[in-house]
Design a protein around this ligand. Structure first.
Ligand SMILES: Cc1cc2nc3c(=O)[nH]c(=O)nc-3n(C[C@H](O)[C@H](O)[C@H](O)COP(=O)(O)OP(=O)(O)OC[C@H]3O[C@@H](n4cnc5c(N)ncnc54)[C@H](O)[C@@H]3O)c2cc1C
Length: 202
């Protein structure tokens, strides 16, 4: 097990960890040599990662020749560390409205309107990500419970709002992670907390 660097970056990873794959792909694409150590195949490496991360198996843990350590770094952090300049490879268009999705079974192009000129443009894409914003539908709660400046329902640790017996879970809750799995988990938690509340109030 190599626990300290000579002149090479060392990536402590596993075969399945998505962040490890991303970091290694980034280093590979930038032609930056590194040594990969699969901590699941190397107990000493596992122990080393735990030591570096105060008992946690946080990966990728990446050791640089100067002794610096980055744990679960973003590509931007990696780029900064190895002295690369990062630039967006795509153009960003503002004041354009999507008017049409074109394709035959699969997306082939989108038609957008330049709102400033009215000009219609067709761009060839095979995928889109729809971002619809995060305005919470919390009107139901707003008159009875505390909501924050954006309308998200404020809850305590038990997911109860400021109105006793009114619980909030998922995207509508202040501080929620806006992820499907988390929302489902919060729903379950809220139900369990409701049961406790009902026991208390009798
Ligand atoms: C485009 C997009 C992509 C996403 N991708 C991912 C992803 O890849 N992974 C991931 O984990 N998460 C993703 N999310 C987030 C995920 O969808 C949400 O975190 C999750 O759906 C939140 O669940 P929820 O039950 O809190 O809210 P919602 O799913 O929004 O459900 C709330 C429901 O309440 C209903 N409702 C609202 N007001 C009322 C009312 N007054 N009376 C009755 N019913 C009402 C709504 O119609 C809705 O059905 C994505 C979201 C979007 C928009």
């Amino acid at each position: 097990m190599t626990s300290q660097t000579n002149n090479t970056i060392i990536v402590y990873s596993t075969t399945w960890c998505p962040d490890c794959k991303r970091a290694k792909q980034f280093l590979g694409e930038q032609r930056i040599p590194y040594i990969n150590i699969d901590i699941e195949q190397d107990p000493e490496a596992m122990a080393y990662v735990e030591k570096v991360n105060k008992g946690s198996r946080s990966i990728p843990t990446i050791i640089f020749p100067d002794g610096d350590i980055l744990v679960e770094p973003s590509n931007a952090q990696l780029a900064e560390k190895v002295g690369l300049k990062t630039e967006a490879k795509r153009n960003f268009y503002v004041n354009h409205a999507v008017k049409e999705f074109k394709g035959n079974g699969r997306l082939q192009a989108i038609v957008v309107e330049d709102r400033a000129t009215g000009e219609l443009k067709e761009w060839q894409y095979d995928g889109v990500f729809v971002f619809i914003g995060l305005t919470p539908n919390s009107q139901l709660a707003q008159s009875v419970a505390e909501t924050n400046q954006w309308g998200f329902v404020v809850t305590d640790k038990a997911l109860m709002s400021s109105a006793p017996g009114l619980f909030a879970a998922g995207d509508v809750r202040e501080g929620s992670t806006k992820q499907a799995a988390a929302a489902a988990g919060e729903g379950v938690t809220a139900v369990l907390m409701m049961r406790e509340y009902l026991k208390e109030v009798g």
